[in-house]
Design a protein around this ligand. Structure first.
Ligand code: GDP
Ligand code: MG
Length: 421
């Protein structure tokens, strides 16, 4: 059966979707000499960016605190960055800023009119129960939602509360994690077996196609062994060619996972003393996944308080910061993402790139024309920019470098692109 799959390929870019039109001028210093058509960006830009931002799906069994956490993340995000174009695309999808103190520092130095953080889309994916891969609960609908995200945040209930029913009758993180893993594994197994059957029957004669299919087949043969054993596809090491070969399948168990241990407020100060948290910690490390401890309830309550009272409330629980910043940051890091900045009077902006991206590719995240017409990038490390106080001072001190098309952009680079189209 032909199946069309919409999945995300980790493309933090608006490139192809937005035509370059002259309705918004980004004022970056020192660029005016290079090209007449440079830096003119369509206003539809921000809308397009939103739809292309990275997606993290919040999953877990019913009543573990997914929606509570989702709402807290979204509400907190709104409060963090008033300038940011937040929106709730659907009731269960929210866009949140990636907190980054460097943004405000740069913005002040450049006297920017606004500061625009990098963003991540969070999706509250309801409906997972045992048997989802066989169509129980929302079943396949639920699984198709997971297929569309770049990373998975699994909320695991570690709080005891007799008033809140646990679907399996008791709080048991290991069993919860197993249930979800198995549903994802079953779903992938089904897909991989079908695909392998198809590849075995393939009559491709084009050498290029043949080579690609061979790589895909060899990857799937390794993966199927892991899946049969209940292990995720991501536990298998694959060559680059094999990884490329299976990317189109958007396998659920290839996606990176962060476990969120949702604890009672009384456990927040010392989460390690809760045996459920210990279980999640051990499993997360076994599964080579990240772990964050939060109290979704506390986070939800915090969003209702004025900022000055939040610190007091957190202090009364024995902690000094909210867990949401950590969660958002961890999600960003889990995806292997980096940030570079553009900074000028008009705005200071954090841009998301994958690690290893070259200067033209990084420029392409702003607009495909920037990549196509790339000439050079003037680049200064964040600390050097802050120490110098401006692009021109950085240039005088020899801290601003002119980099070519092979330059690999580093975390925190502050950049000016010269391009010509
Ligand atoms: N005691 C306690 N209750 C929580 C916590 N997190 C969520 N809840 C409650 O658990 C119930 C289910 O939460 P919800 O977020 O709707 O769960 P979901 O089904 O996973 O989306 C709600 O009544 C929440 O108020 C927590 O950290 N502690
Ligand atoms: Mg819910």
């Amino acid at each position: 059966m032909a199946r069309s799959i919409l999945c995300s390929h980790l493309i933090p870019s608006i490139s192809s979707s937005v035509p370059l039109k002259s309705s918004l001028l980004l004022q970056w210093p020192n660029l005016s000499k290079t090209s007449h058509s440079m830096l003119l960006i369509n206003r539809r830009f921000s809308a397009a960016k939103i739809s292309m931002s990275l997606r993290a799906g919040i999953v877990g069994l019913p009543n573990v605190g997914k929606s509570t956490l989702f709402n807290a993340v979204v509400e907190n995000g709104k409060a963090q960055a008033a300038n940011f174009p937040f929106c709730t695309i659907e009731p269960n999808v929210g866009i949140v800023a990636v907190p980054d103190p460097r943004l405000n520092v740069l913005s002040e130095i450049s006297k920017s009119k606004k500061a625009v953080p990098a963003s991540i889309e969070f999706v509250d994916i309801a409906g997972l129960v045992k048997g989802a891969s066989q169509g129980e609960g929302l079943g396949n609908k639920f699984l198709s939602h997971i297929r569309e995200v770049d990373s998975i945040i699994q909320v695991v209930r570690c709080f005891e509360d007799n008033d809140i029913i646990h679907v399996n009758g008791k709080v048991d993180p290991k069993s919860d994690i197993d249930v979800i893993n198995l549903e994802l594994v079953f779903s992938d197994l089904d897909q991989v077996e079908k695909r392998l059957d198809k590849l075995k029957k393939s009559k491709a004669s084009n050498p290029q196609t043949k080579m690609k299919e061979e790589a895909e087949k060899s990857a799937l043969e390794k993966i199927v062994v892991a899946l049969m054993d209940g292990r995720p596809a991501r536990s298998i090491s694959l060559t680059d060619l094999e990884k490329d070969g299976i990317r189109h399948l958007c396998l659920l168990t290839m996606k990176p996972i962060i476990y969120v241990a949702n604890v009672a407020e009384s456990d927040l100060a010392e989460p390690g003393s809760n045996s459920h948290v210990q279980d999640v910690t051990n499993l997360a490390s076994e599964l080579q996944s990240g772990l964050i401890t939060v109290s979704a309830q506390v986070e939800a309550e915090l969003t209702e308080l004025p900022p000055e009272e939040r610190i007091e409330y957190l202090a009364s629980l024995g902690v000094n910061e909210s867990g949401l910043g950590n969660l958002i940051r961890a999600t960003y890091n889990l995806l292997g993402l980096h940030t570079y900045f553009t900074s000028g009077e008009k705005e200071t902006k954090a841009w998301t790139i994958r690690s290893g991206m070259t200067a033209p590719q990084a420029a392409g995240v702003i607009h495909s024309d920037f990549e196509r017409g790339f000439i050079r990038a003037e680049t200064v490390a964040y600390d050097d920019f802050v120490a110098a106080g401006s692009f021109s001072a950085a240039r005088e001190k020899g801290l601003l470098r002119s980099e070519g098309k092979d330059y690999i952009v580093k975390e925190g680079d502050v950049m000016l692109f010269r391009f010509n189209v």
